[in-house]
Write a protein that binds this ligand. Structure first.
Ligand SMILES: C[S@@+](CC[C@H](N)C(=O)[O-])C[C@H]1O[C@@H](n2cnc3c(N)ncnc32)[C@H](O)[C@@H]1O
Length: 203
């Protein structure tokens, strides 16, 4: 079964920042690696589901003309709104994927510490809706914890194996360390996937 809303509502009732996104060096370092792994300097329209209290959202917002950030837990949405006050191009809302899904397409989707909560049916739905929402040449970034967690339906490695088997996407960045795995994929676009240096005429 997909981990239900109550688990997250309880976590946010107990703590303002249940995973220490704002305080832990581990989280700040991982965010820096996440941002540094995005192949493009700018994105036109990004989507970050499960955005929690907005720590990663704020950094993604600096790279996107428009950013749709959704979160299942109402308390976290309120905290994210406070954290992102004044960022008019960030469209924060409460929404539980895959049942809820934003309209339109994106040139960036970020799935950070989210997919291991889904059972097989919901994971398939999230992946298929994600792939359908990618514009040609779009970036899909996923990053997940690798250690076992009782509440997680699957491991981060299982999640990334599923991502790696999606047809059509090309892996352009792969980063694995003891604690987490980070992959960046590119959707098929005109001229095929090109590296950052190739796009800048350096290679
Ligand atoms: C571990 S936190 C990750 C937060 C953020 N993505 C990051 O990496 O900094 C997972 C978040 O996803 C939210 N979440 C879990 N299941 C969800 C779903 N089905 N739809 C939307 N948000 C969900 C939780 O409420 C929680 O805030």
């Amino acid at each position: 079964m997909t981990l239900g809303a109550t688990y997250f509502d309880d976590a946010y009732a107990r703590s303002g920042d249940p995973w220490g996104f704002r305080t832990r060096w581990y989280e700040r370092r991982k965010r820096a690696l996440t941002l540094a792994s995005l192949p493009r300097e700018r994105y036109r329209r990004g989507f970050e589901p499960g955005c929690s209290i907005g720590a990663l959202t704020r950094m993604l917002a600096a790279r996107c003309d428009s950013l749709v950030a959704w979160e299942g837990a109402e308390t976290a949405v309120v905290r994210a709104q406070e954290h992102l006050r004044g960022a008019e191009h960030v469209h924060l809302a409460q929404g539980r994927i895959p049942q809820d899904w934003p309209s339109g397409d994106f040139d960036l989707v970020v799935l950070s510490e989210l997919l291991y909560y889904f059972d097989g049916t919901d994971l398939d739905a999230v992946l298929s809706r994600t792939v359908s929402a990618l514009r040609p040449g779009a970036t899909l970034l996923a990053v997940h914890w690798r250690h076992e967690v009782v509440e997680h339906v699957r491991t981060g490695d299982d999640v990334h194996a599923a991502l790696g088997s999606l047809p059509g996407l090309v892996r352009v960045v792969g980063h694995v360390e003891t604690d987490f795995v980070l992959d960046v994929f590119e959707a098929p676009g005109p001229g095929g996937a090109r590296s950052v240096a190739q796009r800048e005429g350096l290679a």
